[in-house]
Design a protein around this ligand. Structure first.
Ligand SMILES: Cc1cc2nc3c(=O)[nH]c(=O)nc-3n(C[C@H](O)[C@H](O)[C@H](O)COP(=O)(O)OP(=O)(O)OC[C@H]3O[C@@H](n4cnc5c(N)ncnc54)[C@H](O)[C@@H]3O)c2cc1C
Length: 445
């Protein structure tokens, strides 16, 4: 194979590093790992795979590796991690990120211009995988999904052809890529809008886990009254007993409400008053630089094992809160580290004009729970508890999963609806008739 990037084969020194996903629970065993350095390398890799009869699994970081799983027999793992680089056009308020770029890199490049991106909760999630799956971030109730603010996507198709897709060039493919995932080609770069934000009011209110039933009820009642400039997350979290965890919460189970607001301090405080009445033990909400948003959720930065599951809820009545607190609340013997409920609504409720395959996430909350295997907690126990809590919450599910939070295969018609999935299938058939690509979530499953 003629590529400038690294090629790793089983048995080579560095093989285990090359095949490792960010999610260490996924043990990937491809035939070969290739790390292209540019679009030419990507095309050469795809041509090589076609000649060798190999399928191609594309990966930026491996945050989303669980849905595809580690069995990559007969497949080449194409890792975009060497394709880095972010360019900011401050006047047009846009960024161009190469395929392997991380959100932290975009945020750092945009910040000197007073601009922010529609990133999510973790600094080291890949820009491309996140955006192809939708992109639900702190500012989504104000601006919508990240994929709705993409202006161009550069792709190498499975036959090696390079195309730049926009609303006017290859518009069907452009539509499919924005929320439809990785079923259509290897993205080599992506251009998207940035937003001028000088300050945010953000942080977390925390109470001991015993207060979870009351706090989650009060927060749930508050959500419909919050303007779209404020986004909150209700969460139960068992902080690990690690030195890097701040002493007041180290090793403790807490109930949290995280807050990200585009409003000033005074206005935000007024909205949060009903929560403050409950006397949080800790309160980190403060007004300052928007860079805090990348760390507000405290996601692990660097590879960790994790087994998670999610679903979108139309509603969260008391029965739903009881289902959560009885399994993860005070005194529960649980394998799960946490469960979060991300507030939806606002601009997420309806597709923006000209949106792609995923234009909205109708519903009230995106729920996601996770367990970390190790230290006496086995994967089977975690899976059983995920099934139990997600099963209990399914009574209030919208029935339409959000694929970025789905860590197991999902029937595509469930995620996109029958009409959209028919079009996605047609587009995938046209660009990848041989089903070479192995995306995390295949629209032709
Ligand atoms: C700690 C953590 C925090 C998260 N926070 C959020 C959040 O706030 N909001 C949210 O919406 N999601 C969030 N997610 C989910 C995340 O967006 C998905 O897992 C996403 O798929 C990760 O993209 P990636 O490129 O980092 O991962 P990868 O595992 O590398 O990629 C995931 C999939 O995207 C496709 N893909 C990636 N790169 C390319 C490419 N160049 N060309 C074609 N296809 C490609 C492939 O199908 C691949 O399997 C989070 C996940 C984790 C683990």
């Amino acid at each position: 194979m003629h590529v400038r990037g690294a090629v790793h084969r089983p048995g080579d020194s560095g093989w285990d590093d090359a095949r490792r996903a960010w999610n260490l629970s996924v043990d990937q065993h491809p035939e070969l790992v290739v790390e292209p350095v540019d679009a030419g390398d990507v095309a050469a890799t795809l041509r090589f795979a076609a000649g060798a009869g190999l399928r191609v699994a594309v990966q930026g970081t491996g945050h989303g590796a669980a849905a595809r799983g580690g069995d990559l027999a007969g497949a080449l793992l194409l890792r975009t991690s060497a394709m880095r680089g972010v360019t900011i056009d401050a006047q047009r308020r846009t960024a161009r990120a190469e395929a392997g770029s991380l959100w932290l890199e975009v945020a750092q490049a945009a910040a000197p211009h007073g601009l922010v991106a529609l990133h999510g909760s973790a600094p080291d999630v890949g820009v491309v995988g996140y955006t192809l799956g939708g992109g639900l971030g702190w500012l989504a109730r104000r601006h919508g999904l990240a994929c709705s603010h993409v202006s161009a996507i550069e792709v190498v198709l499975p036959d090696g052809r390079r195309v730049r897709t926009t609303a006017t060039d290859e518009p069907r493919l452009f539509w499919a890529l924005r929320g439809g995932g990785g079923s259509f080609g290897v993205v080599t770069a992506i251009e998207f809008a940035l937003f001028a934000v000088e300050e945010v009011t953000a942080g977390a209110l925390m109470w001991p886990i015993e207060r979870a039933p009351a706090v989650l009820r009060r927060w749930r009642d508050l959500c419909p009254q919050l303007p779209r400039d404020i986004t909150t997350v209700g969460r139960i979290l068992r902080f690990p007993p690690l030195d890097e965890v701040p002493a007041p919460v180290r090793g403790r189970a807490m109930v949290l409400v995280e807050v990200a607001s585009l409003l000033g301090e005074e206005e935000t405080e007024a909205h949060l008053a009903p929560l403050r009445e409950l006397g949080p033990e800790l309160d980190t909400v403060a007004t300052g630089d928007p860079s805090v948003l990348l760390h507000l959720h405290g996601d692990p930065e660097g590879p960790v094992p994790g087994i998670g599951a999610g679903q979108v809820l139309a509603d969260l009545p008391d029965g739903g809160i009881d289902a959560i607190t009885s399994r993860l609340g005070a005194g529960a013997d649980t394998a799960l580290v946490g469960l979060e409920l991300r507030q939806l609504g606002g601009a997420l409720a309806t597709p923006t004009e000209g949106a792609g395959a995923l234009g909205a996430i109708p519903g009230a909350f995106a729920a996601y729970a996770i367990g970390v295997p190790g230290g006496g907690v086995g994967a089977e126990w975690i899976s059983a508890e995920l099934d139990a809590v997600m099963g209990a919450l399914s009574a209030w599910s919208t029935g339409r999963p959000y694929l970025n939070f789905a860590e197991a295969p999902v029937r595509p018609e469930q995620a996109f609806g029958r009409t959209a999935v028919g079009t996605l299938w047609e587009i995938a058939d046209a660009v990848d008739p041989g089903r070479v690509l192995m995306p995390s979530h295949d629209v032709r499953r």
